[in-house]
Design a protein around this ligand. Sequence first.
Ligand code: SAM
Length: 261
Amino acid sequence: MPTLPAALLKQLTAAPGFDEPAFVAVHAAAQPPVSVRLHPKKITPEETEHLPIAAPVLWAEQGRYLSERPVFSLDPLWHAGAYYVQEASSMAIELAWQHVPQQQPVKVLDLCAAPGGKSTHLLSLMKPKDVLVTNEVISSRVNILLENITRWGNANVLVTNNDPKDFGQLDGLFDVLLIDAPCSGSGLFRRDPEAIREWSEDNVALCWQRQQRIIADAWNALAPGGIFMYTTCSFSPEEDEAVVDWVHQQFDVESLACYYS
Ligand code: SAM
């Protein structure tokens, strides 16, 4: 594993609660944790017996940690969309979902959706009369999104290949807007050491500017009183807390606390 970028560690030192030795140790571990999210309707507990399930993911009802990484492509149930391989931290949108009103059908936009991890999760949380528009701007990535959505098997979903600006024309159409923004990828370091070599402060700056642009372009599509979810797989405060601060300055919003029991 290459050495973690000193500039990133320096930025994080100022973050409340940052524990540098633990952060470094976790990146030095030989095997990053493996987790899956089960399809709530396609798989029963008995049918998971061939998976090395070790523990539940506390913030996602269908999330499970595995004790080792099986060869998923050899498992027919993986091909059938009975579960999705996903990092446990990516399952945290389930905590935000508790704020979505459940009385009326909701329209949800997942703006940056490929390969479809969060969209398949949303579909498991949504009711049949809710509708998801799952969008990917980069055309070469739409196929994998379409494949994963098809595998998951819901009917209440549309897959699109549009620029965020296109959605900005749809005045207040969506009750929920999820932006899982493209980012500098420090959250991927454990899985992909190459991401460490590619990381740079310049890229972080490019990313937070693009993140702001994407949010600004699509914001008008969110209904008044709607729920905005913003996520990245970056640890950089410029791409996370600072973008949320910027959203507070630009738009009439309040932050909602998310808890798990
Ligand atoms: N939400 C996905 C999931 O859970 O599987 C992961 C999304 S990934 C973090 C960010 C996505 O944003 C990528 O699919 C990328 O192609 C897309 N993207 C890149 N540049 C973009 C842009 N300028 N506007 C909107 N999306 C963009």
